[in-house]
Write a protein that binds this ligand. Sequence first.
Ligand SMILES: [Zn+2]
Length: 402
Amino acid sequence: MGCDRPQGGYSRHAFDDAEMQLRQWFAEQAQRRGLDVENDRNGNVWAWWGAPAPGAVVTGSHLDSVPGGGAFDGPLGVVSALLAVDELRVRGITPARPLAVACFLDEEGGRFGLPCLGSRLLTGAADADQARRLHDADGVSLADAARRVGFDPSTMGPDPARLATVGTFVELHVEQGRLLRSVDPTAAVGVASEIVAHGRWRLTITGQGNHAGTTALTDRSDPMIPAAAAVLAARRALSGFDGAVATVGRIVPVPGGTNVIASAVSLWLDVRHADATVTAAVVDAIVADVRAEAAAEGCTVMVQRESMSDRVAFDPGLGLEISGRLDVPVIPTAAGHDAGVFAAHVPTAMLFVRNPSGVSHAPDEHADAADCVTGVQALADVLENLVGDINPAARHVGAGDE
Ligand SMILES: [Zn+2]
């Protein structure tokens, strides 16, 4: 679903046909398990085992992808959650508190630019009026995209009643790097300690559109020159900032013709470091380089911060308890997740499933099937402990009979 032939990966974006197809698949899988499926006001889908009530244990992830992404980022957490429900039933567990499997809207921000859109709207971390006006590369607003698939965008916004039902949130995710392997080569699963500070900035560089042949070099204001400086600065500016990473993964020249000097270039800068002040300093250093190059070329630069997430430390007690229970290592991550949004409100944990190559957000993203099964077992162990069992004695007898 959503397979992107030219790039060889998956492209599923919020409310597009491929993502809606996967939502349908999710609803069918949940209903097949007797879970009650509902959409919330912010485009997130919930499947409940037990009636929604405060103190619920929520697990899940997202169904959208980056453009040309891998098969595991997002769906692994959703599929593992459904299989963990199956596993708890095999174990004879009757949850003492409700358990929900949730899929969150536009986690990657691949369509509307703001990552973790659904969880941010739900928790109030994103402004609903601004979000409704976000638009995709074709100029379609979030509000119009929502309406097209039957969601009412006017109801988007903070949902304290729903948030109050979430007692604990646990997200399983494919590892996006190779840290787990370097920490413990035998570990198929790890627990997250923190998400480093990260954000994305849009740089709009404006020059003078002109003819690629007849325009003398001295007459050019070519915005592609400062854009090139931004790409290089994203690497070179890092030398003074240990542990920081910066990436330009997207450049859009306007109008974009081979024999045309662009009139403007938009590019997006992604910067991450454990410390938000370092992240900001890296951005400042890169933007200073771009401004200097733009001034020399007679171009102007406008910088917009599209998103910024400060460092998120996951609940240390919960993380330690889980790593001890599963006997697996604890590792930080430089990737953002809905779990990072929930961590500001409720005890939250993440499980990572080993990714042998470390490649992610690309078609080669991979996790071995055996490791995925280990992940399901680990998630089931964690959920079993969190939901409790309404009748452990009965379960004990039942288990002995098997
Ligand atoms: Zn993800």
